[in-house]
Write a protein that binds this ligand. Structure first.
Ligand code: KE4
Length: 428
């Protein structure tokens, strides 16, 4: 579906006054070619562009729309909260309710601080880890994306990877020098790093199920290895669950894998679509944050009442609908149809899924790290993406992203998607 006339007009105007015409690079369709459409409205699992073309949406605003778009409980909560005032800069009851829910759902979080994005959550967690350990070095993994934090924009995933510039300009080498990058799933590299520099490492930060280079799952035992080696060397383990938190299980990947990190970063689902992030963990670590301790962190809109109300409504509705079980069912439906389509078309592409998160790598090679992911045939992916878009199915506009199923996707939507995807695979 080439861009509609109204989208084209809007994009031409946007490019004059917004860098690249977008407020976030991955929206610019650079990995798939063509130009983005503009959305007029979204409801359930569907979106409509300004040229009134309807699509089944598997981006779900990059994760937050776990109930689907504009779910009634969330809209009502926003309306009721907003009527009482949209921001105070003074503590409000919703903040305590949200903190209580997070600590209950994610037991490793004994104390939590709200922020306004996933980036703020990881940036604050890194500073906190350095302040707590009095060490400077941070370890991350190739292809993992933790937001556009200076010290983490090295070998990053998501939009940085999509644009082939995983190391951003503007990051002083002094910052990047304090970040060590390891290949995912490489225990040997991990062990030799800690043997050489363990005493100077403040923390490992990891997406426990890396989903910003496509979905690349940890090999069995890898997460436990991270837990053991950080504990042994007095470094902290930070789980960046901005994408997986409240998406894959009530307690996130740490519940599924039974691993207890020292700190956890959250975002996306937690805000019901409004700008919310959070970081939390062991009370002894969180207690050194200002105003009690020496690590400064702050935010005008942190704990915003309307955003808190939206997030609380979303999380409570998800629990009420037994959401994680339903999302698993829908994920299995999607999986069966994709695997059938691959078999029918003789494609040896690599399919990965956990719950409602999925990725199809256009490569015949199993994907265990960024190098494997980069072996994908981007031309084939591009063709597949546009074929699906032209037939009303919107997948993430990059091979290096993950797809999301929501509670609003019905069996019929999954069936229609399978039909379109099979035809797109046949047409390659
Ligand atoms: P935000 O600052 O974009 O709210 O969160 C940053 C972030 C941190 N950690 C993880 C694991 C993340 O996935 C993200 C953001 N994810 C991307 C999608 N892959 C955001 C999309 C975008 O940049 O527009």
């Amino acid at each position: 579906m080439s861009q509609g006339p109204l989208s084209a007009k809007l994009f031409a105007a946007a490019k004059q006054i917004i860098p690249g015409g977008v407020n976030s690079p991955v929206r610019a369709f650079r990995n798939v070619g063509g130009e983005p459409f503009f959305v007029r409205r979204a409801k359930g699992c569907r979106i409509w562009d300004v040229d009134d073309r309807e699509m089944i949406d598997y981006v779900g605003t990059w994760g937050p729309a776990i109930l689907g778009h504009a779910p009634v409980p969330v809209i009502e909560a926003i309306h009721n909260a907003a009527k009482e005032g949209v921001s105070f800069g003074i503590p409000n009851p919703y903040e305590v309710e949200m903190a209580r829910l997070i600590c209950e759902w994610v037991p490793s979080i004994q104390k939590v601080r709200m922020v306004n994005s996933g980036t703020e959550a990881t940036m604050s967690a890194i500073r906190l880890a350095r302040g707590f350990t009095k060490r400077d070095r941070i370890v991350k993994f190739e292809g993992c994306y933790h937001g556009h934090v200076d010290s983490l924009l090295v070998a990053a995933g998501s939009g940085a990877l999509t644009h082939g510039r995983p190391d951003s300009a503007g990051v002083p080498s002094a910052f990047a020098d304090l970040t060590t990058i390891l290949p995912l799933n490489d225990v040997e590299a991990l062990e030799s790093l800690f043997a050489a520099q363990g005493g100077g490492i403040a923390a490992i930060i990891v997406e426990p199920y890396p989903a910003n280079a496509g979905l690349i799952l940890p090999k069995p035992g890898f997460l436990q290895k991270l837990r053991d080696i950080t504990a042994k060397h007095g470094a902290l383990l930070i789980f960046d669950e901005v994408m997986t938190g409240f998406r894959l299980a009530k307690g996130g990947v740490q519940e599924i894998e039974k691993i207890t990190p020292d700190l956890t970063c959250l975002g996306k689902v937690i805000g019901g679509g409004l700008p919310v992030g959070a970081f939390g963990g062991r009370a002894d670590i969180m207690d050194i944050l200002a105003p009690d301790g020496p690590v400064y962190q702050a935010g005008t809109l942190s704990g915003n009442p309307v955003a808190m109300a939206a997030g609380l409504a979303q999380l409570r509705e998800l629990q009420k609908q037994n959401g994680f079980a339903r999302l698993e069912e829908l994920g299995q439906m999607m999986e069966t149809s994709v695997l059938d389509a691959l078999k029918a078309t003789g494609r040896d592409y690599q399919w990965y899924r956990r719950g409602s998160m999925f990725c199809l790598f256009f490569t015949g090679k199993p994907v265990h790290n960024l190098a494997d992911a980069k072996s994908a045939d981007l031309a084939a992916f591009r063709k597949f993406f546009h074929h699906c878009l032209d037939n009303g199915v919107y997948f993430a506009p990059s091979q290096f992203e993950t797809g999301f199923i929501s509670m609003a996707h019905a069996k019929e939507d999954i069936a229609r998607t399978a039909e379109v995807a099979a035809a797109a695979l046949r047409a390659l």
